[in-house]
Design a protein around this ligand. Structure first.
Ligand code: ADP
Ligand code: MG
Length: 470
């Protein structure tokens, strides 16, 4: 049987997870989550979509990307066939759809139909991923405080620690914790009305409710909540009217002793363009942070993630991953998934050499944090013949300002650093300076093909620089 020899399913899952991190939430909802795995044949992956319209779109917009990712992951040339299949959901397609919609989970609201409804399961009225549980969260020194506070809230919502703000960088477990709170309460106190939403969804719903003259319904939904969980509130920056709405929602619930939990990717005082009164509300209760895990915790997380998986990975390989991936838990998980997929496809045990080789490819492919700001500054400095010292320094001469701005622009485009972090690395500048520089270079790229070419070249050089130094 071809399926036994060729099984691209784990690779397809990896492709989906990589695409999620580069596509917008809207694209994930509209297209990616509609694609499901069908079968594998000799050098061919068969995918299905529910309509001709979607097939045409996916074929023109994503097929090449999918093929090239498969090529990178498998080392083989894999053809992709997209067929049309009206879906009666199989467990496989549900799994894929759920994965494809990690950020999309939050979007499964009344106006966005879930692509693959969970037919047999008791319907849950909260759009929280059931996989995010306290039990599956590995606690380390970096997260113990946030974990304990979250657990206390889940056990006694609205009693203490209200409101609660969990903050920390990308991939450190904010969503996992806030959704664990929701799952725990849903399980143990099902009579409580839980509302989980990302700040982005809150904003979209609010704007939509205005357009459709349904603000009372919108307000009602939030007013009825006993537990309101809002993920990623940094999204509210610069959105004055949504902030105002959030302020009222906050006050209503807080005065009624309802539990409020928020997450944010940075401390509240580093948010810009947030009304002071709202800032003040967010910080009113308890603020807990999540830090990147230390090596021991990274190893414990990797071991935990291996449990229950059919594939065995030796401890020296796990240690290797734990040492090399020090950015965040999401990157750790991605590395592990990739190695497991590889091992399953080739039916081979992962050796250290294989791990090195495989992880090298993964991390040169996507946006990442391990590409350091300093290496980008060096590449740009070399090109313009300006020293890194001057790029980070105070000089405001034209010959230094342009390279500095271009370097900031490149850092912002190809890494995950926030404007605050970039400002800090560029000689302690304010994040607004970084934003201004990025805007200016964007403008120049649009109006000047020469600048656009140079910047593209520099980006390539920065990426090669990193590859060579590995
Ligand atoms: P954030 O919302 O902070 O960007 P997530 O909560 O989405 O991060 O976490 C990214 C991934 O890492 C998720 O799959 C999550 O389950 C996992 N993860 C994060 N922290 C932990 C942890 N301490 N233990 C186990 N898994 C974790
Ligand atoms: Mg998150």
């Amino acid at each position: 049987m071809p399926q036994e020899k060729w099984n691209y399913s784990p690779f397809w899952e990896e492709v989906v997870s990589q695409m999620q991190s580069t596509l917008s939430e809207q694209e994930c909802i509209t297209w990616l989550s509609r694609i499901s795995y069908v079968e594998s044949e000799d050098h061919k992956l068969v995918l299905a979509v529910p309509s001709l319209f979607i097939r045409d779109y996916v074929a023109t917009q994503y097929k090449t990307l999918i093929q090239s990712k498969l090529h990178e992951l498998t080392g083989e040339l894999v053809d992709v066939d997209i067929i049309i299949k009206k879906v009666t959901p199989s467990s496989e397609s549900i799994k894929t759809a759920e994965k494809a919609s990690e950020s999309v989970k939050t979007a499964k609201t009344t106006h966005t139909p879930a692509p693959f409804p969970k037919a047999q399961k008791k319907p849950r009225d909260i759009n929280i991923n059931e996989g995010y549980q306290f039990e599956s969260f590995v606690v380390g020194d970096n997260s113990a405080f946030a974990y304990n506070v979250s657990m206390a809230i889940a056990k006694n919502p609205g009693v203490s620690y209200n409101p609660c703000l969990i903050y920390g960088g990308v991939g450190l477990g904010k969503t996992h914790l806030i959704q664990s709170i929701g799952n725990y309460i849903q399980e143990n106190t099902p009579e409580l009305q839980i509302v989980y939403v990302t700040a982005e969804m809150f904003t979209n719903e609010f704007i939509q409710s205005i357009g459709e003259e349904k603000t009372p319904q919108f307000r009602n939904k939030y007013r009825k909540a006993d537990v309101l969980l809002i993920d990623d509130i940094h999204f509210l920056q610069r959105k004055a009217s949504t902030q105002e709405e959030m302020f009222h929602v906050f006050n209503n619930l807080f005065e009624a002793n309802k539990q409020l939990v928020f997450t944010c990717d940075r401390p509240i005082n580093e948010l810009r363009d947030i009304a002071d009164r709202l800032r003040n509300r967010f910080t009113r209760g308890i603020n807990v942070d999540l830090q990147p895990p230390a090596f021991e915790t990274r190893l414990a997380i990797l071991k935990r993630k291996c449990e229950g998986k059919a594939c065995h990975i030796s401890s020296d390989v796990l240690e290797y991953i734990g040492r090399s991936i020090n950015t965040n838990v999401r990157d750790l998980e991605a590395s592990l998934t990739k190695l497991i997929a590889y091992s399953q496809l080739l039916n081979k045990e992962i050796t250290l050499d294989i791990a090195r080789e495989q992880l090298k490819n993964t991390y040169s492919m996507t946006k990442d944090q391990s590409l350091s700001i300093d290496s980008i500054i060096r590449v740009v400095g070399d090109y313009f013949n300006v020293s890194p010292y001057d790029i980070k320094g105070k000089k405001r001469t034209k010959s230094v300002v342009l390279p500095r701005q271009i370097a900031m622009y490149i850092v912002r485009s190809i890494t995950e650093f926030s404007t605050t972090e970039i400002g800090y690395e560029f000689g302690g500048r304010d994040h607004t300076t970084v934003m201004h520089s990025v805007q200016r270079v964007k403008g120049m790229i649009q109006s000047d093909a020469g600048v656009s070419n140079s910047v593209q070249n520099l980006i390539r050089q920065a990426q090669n620089f990193k590859r060579e130094s590995q």
